[in-house]
Design a protein around this ligand. Structure first.
Ligand code: PLP
Length: 259
């Protein structure tokens, strides 16, 4: 049997299995690619939030990356929780030296409000990581943090996208899921625009949504699909995962990867 496309996630661990590396690898399995992982941080986490987080040394992150890329090779890379400026910069340099598309989910804060990126790392995300991204996938809070643009209505999404593109990613998906009405995202490279709409599912079990979307995009890019097609497939995968998300513990449960 020939090997499936290989996708690497560079992200944090969620002990509860809902987000982070665990969501990434489940998404990759569901979409038929071989998932690999470079762990950046370990979190003690459940349906109620993040109870603790420990960053890995930058040498450990570099060594994992080199082990995977130098032997196995990758057709796409995805980044999630990077925790500190030092890790953001190290990962940006590694991606710049890798011949594969990179999906950057500029993870800032969890749904429960727990910080997953130091405030001192924001500038490194703007000036080092976003410029090497093929696709960046910020949510509205991350857009506000990175650019100062506050999105209150669908009309603001275009302005938000332009502000993120100024930092240099080839494409951006602005995730408008926190607006009311349909879940609408805007994908653009500054000339083409794709508005992605999905009906809102009245389901509060949405832990891991952002990780899942970014990993799904990376999986589809690894299959050599063009960015708009990859993002559309990823959006329908995550919409199904949200629709079938389930309760776990006493807080917010995960999206469902096996739907
Ligand atoms: N934990 C880790 C390790 C993550 O990488 C992320 C998101 O990227 C989260 C938690 C937050 O997930 P959510 O905001 O869907 O709860």
């Amino acid at each position: 049997m020939s090997a499936p496309p290989r996708v690497l996630t560079v992200a944090g661990s969620d002990s509860g299995g809902g987000a982070g590396i665990q969501a990434d690898l489940k998404t990759m399995l569901a979409l038929g690619v071989h998932g690999m992982s470079v762990l950046t941080a370990v979190t003690a986490q459940n349906s109620l939030g993040v109870q603790g987080a420990w960053e890995l040394p930058v040498e450990a992150v570099r060594a994992q990356y080199r082990s995977v890329v130098d032997d196995i090779g990758v057709q796409a890379v995805k980044t999630g929780m990077l925790s500190s400026a030092e890790l953001v910069e190290a990962v940006a340099d590694l991606i710049a030296g890798t011949d594969a598309p990179a999906v950057v989910d500029p993870v800032g804060v969890s749904k429960h409000g727990d910080p997953l990126l130091a405030a001192s790392a924001l500038d490194s995300v703007r000036t080092r990581l976003l410029p090497v991204a093929t696709v960046a996938t910020p949510n509205l809070d991350e857009v506000a943090q990175l650019t100062g643009v506050r999105v209150e209505a669908e009309d603001d999404l275009r302005r938000a996208a332009r502000a993120v593109l100024e930092f240099g990613p080839r494409w951006v998906v602005i995730k408008g899921g926190h607006l009311s009405g349909d879940a609408v995202d805007l994908l653009t490279d500054g000339s083409e625009e794709h508005w992605l709409r999905a009906p809102r599912h009245d389901n509060r079990h949405t832990h891991g949504t952002g990780c899942t979307l970014a990993s799904a995009i990376a999986s589809e890019l690894a299959k050599d699909h063009p960015v708009p097609e990859a993002v559309k497939t990823a959006k329908s995968y995550v919409t199904g995962a949200i629709a079938s998300g389930f309760a776990l513990g006493t807080g917010i449960g995960p999206v469902n990867h096996a739907w």
